[in-house]
Design a protein around this ligand. Structure first.
Ligand code: TXA
Ligand code: MG
Length: 340
């Protein structure tokens, strides 16, 4: 049930969390499926709901940098710098885990992912949960079934899980729209595990050192598993093809020859083409594009077409997270995707 985030709604959410239940929690990136990070059974419930393999770690959400100390064995200077500059906000830091952190949270690894969300409803829940004597940490992956499109509206969560999730707090549309940037600081040099709302150039500006790509990482210890790093993820059921603007007329002609129904997401540069069943205009700005990305994928997917044609957005640092999600959505799309 979608519930307003007033005092009564927050109190109900906290009571459910204390009882080991899972709730739908708005954040500025995407909606999360949240449970008490200190309660392994509650965390196991998240995995069961999502259909996610239990060896995949989940992010622990905290109210502030001080609360992060409970979950990390060490908070290196670089982590403190990043927390000061980007928290609360769309940045997750991978740090060595504190001894008491359940292995269900870390996927059996020696590191833990920590994020302090900026959304006022997430903040209100985290603070009320800590004040009520809870652990102060909420394990929360994105509130979608494993491998599928992430939710950016409360209705997306309800549509995906129905009554299996007893309460979804209504935080409106997510302002960022794609998941947090993930930086691994558990192995020395900072390594980018997932591009997202915080840009690499801003991280490097803050740290004064380069942020490495996963392939450049010093191989000390096991490489962390990141489910968002699977080639197929964030995927619609309808086959999705990414193409250059120049390839669109030929793709439309081919679809018309096969009498296939197509949904198109293209920039305003091209006028809508009557051969497309659905035509949506893509924003020219990277932030606006990211904000609408998942809701648009869901809408286009629901249109009952045979194919989604998405014109590749521009290149450039601000578009990194969008390209990452689109590429994985294309690989994983189609009706019979094997969850990887
Ligand atoms: O924006 C976000 O980060 C959203 C909202 C709800 O906060 N959450 C999110 O969670 O995207 P999820 O579980 O869908 O993705 C979390 C990613 C996964 O790819 C997971 O593998 C990685 O974070 N992760 C979590 N803990 C990790 C760890 N200890 N080491 C490496 N990767 C980790
Ligand atoms: Mg996810």
């Amino acid at each position: 049930m979608v519930v307003q985030p007033n005092a009564a709604g927050i109190a109900r959410a906290v009571a459910l969390l204390q009882a080991g239940e899972v709730i739908g929690l708005p954040t500025e990136t995407v909606y999360g499926l949240a449970a008490d990070a200190a309660n392994p059974e509650a965390v196991a419930r998240i995995f069961a709901l999502k259909g996610r393999p239990s060896n995949h770690p989940v992010i622990v959400h905290v109210a502030d940098a001080t609360a992060a100390g409970r979950w990390a064995a060490r908070v290196p200077a670089a982590a403190l710098q990043l927390m000061q500059r980007f928290w609360p906000g769309p940045l997750t830091l991978i740090l060595p885990r504190a001894p008491g952190v359940p292995l269900a949270v870390t996927g059996g690894q020696e590191s833990v992912g920590l994020r302090c969300p900026a959304h006022p409803v997430a903040q209100a829940v985290l603070r009320a949960f800590a004040q009520a004597g809870g652990s102060g940490g909420l394990a929360a992956p994105s509130a979608n079934r494993f491998g599928r499109v992430s939710p950016t509206l409360p209705g997306h969560v309800e549509h995906e899980f129905g009554r299996a999730v007893p309460l979804v707090l209504d935080g409106g549309a997510c302002a960022v729209g794609i998941e947090s940037t993930i930086v691994d600081l558990s192995r020395g040099a900072p390594v980018l595990l997932r591009p997202g709302g915080v840009l690499v150039a801003d991280l490097e500006d803050c740290l004064g050192v380069p942020v490495l790509a996963p392939g450049q990482a010093p191989v000390a210890g096991a490489v962390p598993r990141v489910s968002g790093a699977l080639a197929a993820h964030y995927a619609p059921h309808t086959p999705l093809r990414l193409l250059a603007l120049a390839g669109l007329p030929a793709a439309l002609a081919e679809a018309a020859r096969q009498a296939a129904r197509v949904a198109v997401w293209a920039p305003a540069l091209v006028p809508p083409d009557a051969r497309a069943t659905v035509w949506q205009v893509a924003p020219a700005d990277a932030q606006a594009y990211a904000r609408g990305l998942y809701a648009t994928l869901r809408e286009l997917d629901a249109a009952g077409c045979d194919q989604l044609l998405i014109v590749r957005p521009p290149e450039g640092p601000a578009w990194l997270g969008v390209h990452d999600r689109l590429a994985r959505a294309a690989v994983g799309s189609g009706p019979a995707v094997a969850a990887q």
